[in-house]
Write a protein that binds this ligand. Structure first.
Ligand code: FE2
Ligand code: FE2
Length: 361
């Protein structure tokens, strides 16, 4: 069995592997070599994959993906060495679903330990659990917001990886359990995005949507407030109500998010969710005062999850609205949000909260 090293700097990796040969045969592949042929590697002969590539650069990422698509089967551990631990590089490790990320000092020693450690003895990847789902989604969301703050490109692969964690967790558990975990997050933006994405995943599954549509809705919900990453923290985390000037800044987040993502490989419907999730059917929303049919279904679905999520959240200046009452408030917004979808959302509101909704209209 080989340990496969994917590198963009073969000389460095060769030095690294000199002290690892006792662990097995180290096979070094230059991912930037255009003549390299992934199909010549037998995946069943690969014990672990290690990347030693600058993941902040797109050529390196493309090269790694070309090999991983062929050689990585579900049980193969993937260890990513980060020479540069920038948000973009960390985000890529999430998107690649790394088993472990190593950076900083004593890299060789820690790599030896990792290669000798428990991940390699696994024969089957553990089933998705709530804990791994939350941890994975949180890692993706952190990467998304860090990239946004740093003004760096956010690739769709990071969003889809985060949404997959949430989608799988919601298949293994229920909305109420997801919410109980999400309430433990201190950061309001993290809590809100994970909450809305969990509601959306549960909503999509309740609607009986096809798997790909569930994924689209969950991705859209996870992404919807990405523009907040560029809102000053003093406004974003203000422990009180916003004044008028601050509110105006806050209300730029849909357009800011849209501008961040445009031209980076996102489907138009995803861009529409980011830009238009604060629009209302009666034209009273923002930023474009869209009306009726100008608001696509995917946006309408996220808007319902977003409003409901915001109502049941606790803020320093606002007590959480009890879930049943939150649904009543939402139901009172007829004309602004989609009536049919609102009805369809009711089971989610029920599972998020108390039973007394079942007797209301
Ligand atoms: Fe928003
Ligand atoms: Fe939101």
């Amino acid at each position: 069995m080989h340990i496969l090293f994917l590198t963009d700097t073969p000389a460095r990796t060769e030095r690294l592997t000199r002290s690892l040969n006792h662990l097995g045969t180290c096979l070094i592949i230059d991912v930037l070599d255009p003549d390299g042929c992934p199909s010549e590697i037998d995946p069943t002969d690969v014990r672990a994959v290690v990347t030693d590539v600058a993941l902040a650069r797109s050529e390196g990422i493309a090269g790694v993906r070309r090999y991983l698509d062929v050689v990585r089967v579900a049980k193969t551990p993937l260890l990513c060495l980060l020479q540069d631990a920038s948000p973009r590089a960390r985000a890529q490790t999430v998107a690649l679903r790394a088993t472990q990320v190593l950076s900083g000092n004593h890299l060789v020693e820690r790599l030896a330990l990792a290669l000798n450690g428990t991940p390699l003895t696994e024969t089957v990847r553990p089933a998705p659990t709530l804990k791994t789902g939350v941890a994975g989604a949180q890692a993706c969301l952190t990467a998304m917001l860090d990239l946004g703050r740093a003004g760096e490109a956010l690739e769709p692969a990071v969003v889809s990886a985060g949404a997959a964690y949430i989608e799988n967790a919601l298949r293994a558990t229920d909305v109420r359990t997801w919410l109980e975990v999400v309430w433990q997050f201190d950061d309001a933006t993290h809590q809100h995005c994970l909450l809305v994405a969990g509601l959306a995943a549960g909503f999509a599954q309740t609607l009986g949507l096809a798997r790909s549509d569930c994924e689209r809705l969950t991705q859209a919900a996870l992404l919807h407030d990405v523009g907040k990453s560029q809102i000053p923290l003093a406004i974003l985390n203000k422990p009180g109500r916003l004044d008028e000037a601050e509110r105006q800044v806050m209300q730029t987040h849909p357009l800011v998010g849209y501008q961040m993502l445009r031209g980076h490989g996102y489907a138009d419907e995803m861009l529409a969710v980011v830009r238009s999730h604060h629009e209302f059917l009666d034209g009273s929303g923002y930023p474009d005062k869209l009306e009726g049919r100008a608001i696509p279904d995917l946006v309408r679905l996220v808007t319902i999850c977003d409003i409901y999520g915001a109502l049941i959240e606790r803020r320093p200046y606002k007590a959480p609205v009890e879930p049943a009452r939150a649904y009543t408030i939402l139901a009172g917004m007829e004309g602004k949000v989609d009536r049919e979808l609102l009805r369809a959302f009711k089971p989610i509101a029920v599972s998020a909260g108390t039973a007394d909704l079942r007797t209301s209209a």
